[in-house]
Design a protein around this ligand. Structure first.
Ligand code: GDP
Ligand code: GDP
Length: 436
């Protein structure tokens, strides 16, 4: 599971600047969940060999009324959701009463927290930090977020107690278990779908301590095949769906996506595709997960309404055209069986292994059809291809000057490979290696 880092501090200390640094390799992920999680921003990032989730908060000013009150509340919630808290202070402005208030809160909470002195560029770090020892927290760590100075070391340091991803890697057997995450906004029908899939009385649910940020993992069988359902709505032993109000959490959703082989995104046909659905899709794409889209509540809609929704789906979901789409009614069960056909198909492609000679021959054909462009008088050469990983499948292409390969040509390669290999339900990833 990805560790979660929360950034807290009063306004203007440089939290957004640090957030952008920490997530810059994956800025597509940065999403504002206005309405759901006001003033909090979530992103995934990786620095060095560490992957993590970062939460940026609105800040705590110490003058908590009106809007400030909301921000403070959000910051406190972010602290609750995090594994590690980075408490930022401003090395130029020196100590501020709001800093003392936040420090006080952190000292009383059980969270692992670190004191980060930002804006130390052009300052003597020892002097910049001397102000903050009196906060009685950990040894202050100096950084300059806007210059990126100290940021990688910071991440390595604060995550050093958390095992590396390689060490966590499950064995082949567990990888091969089909894990399906059911995600979507509140009220789209996730719990109803989970109930429908499991069947009311066949539910074998082990009671886990349910926290807001963790999903429930439910093993089950379908047609003799073992699956694990990752239930972000957390139905557990609920007698009926209306019993519990879902606590929607982005962290929970992000982790479920990361841990799944196939993600089923549930969209409410009556609401249409919202911006939040698009954000969720952005997360799925970024994680490279297989995807099946379930348009739920398809029952009881008029022909005209259905046509309207179809039209909107065509327009707004074009960027995930690799995913199969199903029109279902979780309530009545229609279409749910077919969902599994697509889940199995997507899983199959996510795990397929292609032989190097097959991929290389394919590359040669694709390149012969349409050559890469020239740079500085030399043609970019793509020589051979092999597979670099699964879930998502990664195709590594070796050649010369691949750094200069234009985006349009990469898209050409992606489209051709996807089409010729017949891949459905899973995005392909490419990596380029240059020997000159
Ligand atoms: P937030 O309100 O805590 O999110 O703070 P911002 O990230 O918006 O930063 C506030 C201001 O501090 C901006 O003008 C940043 O450019 C500036 N800033 C952030 N980090 C640094 C730094 O390391 N050095 C300096 N000199 N300025 C910084
Ligand atoms: P969740 O928050 O995503 O888990 O959504 P729920 O499963 O709790 O469903 C929210 C509401 O939508 C409930 O009142 C359900 O009965 C209703 N609902 C779920 N699926 C369907 C469906 O296929 N058709 C109709 N008409 N209502 C549905």
């Amino acid at each position: 599971m990805l560790p979660v880092i929360a950034l807290v501090g009063r306004p203007n200390v440089g939290k957004s600047t640090l957030f952008n640094r920490l997530t810059k390799s994956r800025d597509a992920l940065v999403a504002d969940y206005s309405g759901l999680t006001r003033d909090r921003k979530y992103g995934e990032g990786c620095l060095g060999d560490r992957d993590y989730i970062v939460i940026d908060t609105g800040g705590i000013s110490g003058d908590e009324e009106g809007i400030d009150y909301k921000m403070a509340e959000q910051s406190l919630m972010a602290i609750e959701e995090a594994d590690i808290v980075l408490f930022l202070v401003d090395g130029r402005a020196g100590l501020n009463p709001a800093d003392e208030m936040i420090a006080d809160h952190l000292r009383r909470s059980e969270k692992e927290s670190y004191l980060i002195v930002n804006k130390t560029d052009g300052l003597d770090p020892d002097i910049a930090m001397s102000d903050f020892y009196c906060l009685g927290l950990s040894e202050p760590l100096p950084i300059a977020a806007s210059h990126g100075r100290g940021v990688t070391q910071l991440v390595e340091y604060v995550l050093s107690e958390i095992p590396l991803r390689e060490e966590l890697d499950e064995d082949e057997e567990r990888q091969r278990q089909k894990k399906i995450a059911i995600i979507g906004r509140p009220n789209v029908g996730k719990s109803t779908l989970v109930n429908r899939i499991l069947g009311e009385d066949r539910v074998v649910v082990f009671d886990q301590a349910g926290t807001t940020r963790d999903s429930i993992y439910i093993p089950f069988e379908r047609d003799g095949e073992p699956y694990t359902l990752i239930d972000t709505a957390g139905i557990r032993r609920r007698k009926n769906v209306t019993e519990a109000v879902e606590k929607f959490s982005i962290i929970k959703t992000l982790r479920a996506i990361n841990d799944a082989n196939v993600v089923v995104l549930v969209i409410d046909a009556r609401e249409g595709v919202s911006d939040q659905d698009l954000h969720l899709l952005g997360y799925v794409l970024d994680a490279g997960r297989s995807l099946v889209i379930a348009i739920n509540k398809w029952d009881g809609m008029t022909g005209e309404e259905k046509e309207e929704v179809r039209e909107q789906l065509r327009r707004r979901l074009e960027f995930v055209s690799f995913a199969r789409m199903h029109f279902i009614s979780a309530l009545h069960g229609s279409g749910v069986g077919n969902l599994f056909v697509s889940v199995d198909e997507a899983y199959g492609f996510a795990m397929t292994k292609w032989a190097t000679n097959k991929l290389t021959r394919l590359l040669e054909d694709i390149v012969a059809d349409h050559q890469p462009p020239m740079v500085n008088g030399n043609r970019i050469k793509l020589r051979y291809a092999h597979q670099g990983g699964s879930n998502p499948p990664i195709i590594v292409i070796h050649g010369n000057q691949t750094n200069s390969l234009p985006g349009s040509y990469k898209r050409y390669l992606e489209n051709k490979f996807t089409k010729i290999l017949g891949i459905k339900g899973t995005p392909l990833r490419f990596e380029f290696k240059s020997s000159a």
